[in-house]
Ligand binder design. Structure first.
Ligand code: HPA
Length: 251
């Protein structure tokens, strides 16, 4: 993979952990190096606000981690191959652990705006094949396989629940909210499940973490993507603490 050669040349050895940031989600650390997605061969760039498109090596708690700000979505017209490119590239580089964050709408009354929810179950409502074999056919669902790593990622500050992945790009109608709730979903978003599947195929430890940016449980007006990005940025303080304590626990 040409992309991996570039990462090795420009960033060196892989860190053990990588974090993918969803819409508006941020993570701070001592920046060691950075690469724009544009210069990485094959790396798709998202056009959506809140997805800056940069791969950084950050030092947090004396450990270097790779942070990928931005991902391409199926609703942008991308293929599954493009959507899972970063996951496969990180695995080929040698990254062993992956935390996939996303901005998600809370469906369950137990979730408040600003909460973090570790994904311990998924409902995949995305188109599931691109005919190119990018994702494994006829295997166990992603979360049942990745769940083995979840106990090590869990933290008291983080809730857990089922994430439903929908294509979007529109947010849900009231009727869809009701459908998803009946189906057992706690949160809804437009990403992450293909990346969890792709990560499983590589043997990496992977976990999905939703930042709840809006709640469908309460009858409030929802202000769309701008509000999602703003709420995600605000909730990033919690993500920062979560990643710091995760890294501190690894030492
Ligand atoms: N629905 C789908 N995707 C989302 C939402 C939502 O309510 N919030 C953030 N991403």
């Amino acid at each position: 993979m040409q992309a991996v050669e570039l990462l090795r040349r420009r960033l060196g050895d892989p860190p053990s952990l990588a974090v993918v940031l969803g819409s508006g989600v941020t993570l701070e650390g001592d920046e060691k190096s950075a690469l724009n997605y544009e210069v990485i061969p094959g790396m798709p760039v998202s056009d959506v606000t809140g997805h800056s498109g940069v791969l950084k090596i950050l030092e947090i708690e004396n450990q270097q981690i790779a942070v990928m700000a931005g991902r391409k979505h199926l609703y942008e017209g991308a293929t599954l191959e493009e959507v899972t490119f970063a996951t496969r590239m990180l695995a080929a580089w040698g990254v062993m652990q992956l935390i996939l964050t996303n901005a998600a709408g809370g469906l369950s009354e137990d979730l408040e705006v600003g909460d973090l929810m570790l994904i311990n179950g998924t409902i995949d409502l995305l188109p599931s094949t691109d005919g190119k074999g990018t994702l494994p056919a006829l295997i166990q669902g992603p979360v049942s396989r990745s769940n083995k790593w979840l106990p090590q990622v869990r933290s008291p500050e983080v809730k857990s629940g089922t994430y439903a992945a929908v294509l979007g790009p529109n947010y849900e109608t009231r009727a869809e909210v009701s459908l998803l709730l009946h189906a057992g979903a706690d949160a809804v978003g437009m990403s992450t499940v293909p990346e969890l599947l792709a990560a499983d195929r590589t043997g990496m430890d992977a976990a999905g973490l939703s930042v709840i940016t809006n709640s469908w449980a309460k009858p409030i007006t929802f202000h769309g993507h701008q509000a999602v990005v703003k709420a995600a940025t605000e909730a990033s303080v919690k993500l920062q603490r979560f990643i710091q304590s995760f890294l501190a626990g690894k030492e």
